[in-house]
Design a protein around this ligand. Structure first.
Ligand code: NAI
Length: 249
């Protein structure tokens, strides 16, 4: 028996990186996957590859978020797993002294408000079923901060972590588990884009990772599949670090 057999999973940011690797992993484990992305080309390709559905949505729009969970329910009859993962990297100079209010607000909107909207619209379906697993993508920087000046990004991920803990505690008795996934640096387009702007930053980061390399997206997807499955039945409200030891170094 596959661990996620016939579970209905909604994944945001499924067109690339961690979301794409997780869509593949969930499908391998038997889930019916709804791939959500703003990018129609990559999102549709991901859905086609995993035999799932594609929903083009902007996770900062409440109407879009409501529609993507409604589509999962109408097409597959429920919502068992929500992997709220779409996010953007920090603006170019994201130090407290340089980041403008518009850039700050944009990062909060895409990285934090989106998670609020996704939880708000996933929970009613899970409540009706009396079960569900929500995994919100935070980051290791939510736990330890970052010496590389990314104030808007770190603050947004800290919000995701606190919100996940709060909801994990609030809904535990209703069978809904909510956890914050905290990846270390992962070799995805988001990280590559960041390091392309500042190549030295990659080297500085690397020396602080005890395992001595960046994660592959498949290694993060394996942790997400675990959190989504009944193998994690006693895990809720946690900060689930998958970071090569960086937060402990
Ligand atoms: P990525 O850039 O490879 O993929 C992000 C996906 O989200 C893209 O397909 C993009 O089109 C989609 N997206 C962006 N804005 C959207 C919106 N408004 N509505 C719908 N979709 C949208 O990024 P990656 O690396 O896979 O990151 C996924 C998550 O993991 C993000 O929340 C990121 O902050 C987080 N993270 C990434 C780390 C890394 O080192 N790559 C480390 C820790 C956390």
């Amino acid at each position: 028996m596959l661990r996620l057999q016939d579970r209905v999973a909604v994944i945001t940011g499924a067109g690339s990186g961690i979301g794409l690797a997780t869509a593949r992993r969930f499908a391998e484990e038997g889930a019916r996957v709804v791939c959500v992305d703003l990018d129609e080309t990559t999102g549709a390709a991901a859905a086609a590859e995993v035999g799932g559905l594609f929903v083009k949505a902007d996770v900062t729009s409440e109407d879009d978020v409501a529609r993507m969970f409604q589509t999962a329910f109408d097409s597959y009859g429920g919502v068992d797993i929500a992997f709220n993962n779409a996010g953007i990297s920090p603006p170019e100079d994201d130090s407290i002294l340089e980041t403008g209010l518009d850039a700050w607000r944009r990062v909060q909107e895409v990285n934090l408000t989106s998670v609020y909207l996704c939880c708000k619209h996933a929970i009613p379906y899970m409540r009706r079923q009396g079960k569900g697993s929500i995994i919100n993508t935070a980051s290791f920087v939510a736990v330890m901060g970052s010496a590389t000046s990314q104030i808007s990004y770190t603050a947004s991920k800290g919000g995701v972590l606190a919100m996940s803990r709060e909801l994990g505690v609030q809904f535990a008795r209703e069978g809904i588990r909510v956890n914050a996934l905290c990846p270390g640096p992962v070799n995805t387009p988001l990280l590559q884009e960041l390091f392309a702007k500042d190549p030295e930053r990659a080297q500085r980061r690397l020396v602080h990772i005890p395992i001595g390399r960046f994660a592959e997206a498949t290694e993060i997807a394996a942790a997400v599949a675990f959190l989504a499955s009944d193998d994690a039945s006693f895990i809720t409200g946690s900060e689930f670090l998958v970071d090569g030891g960086i937060s402990g170094a």
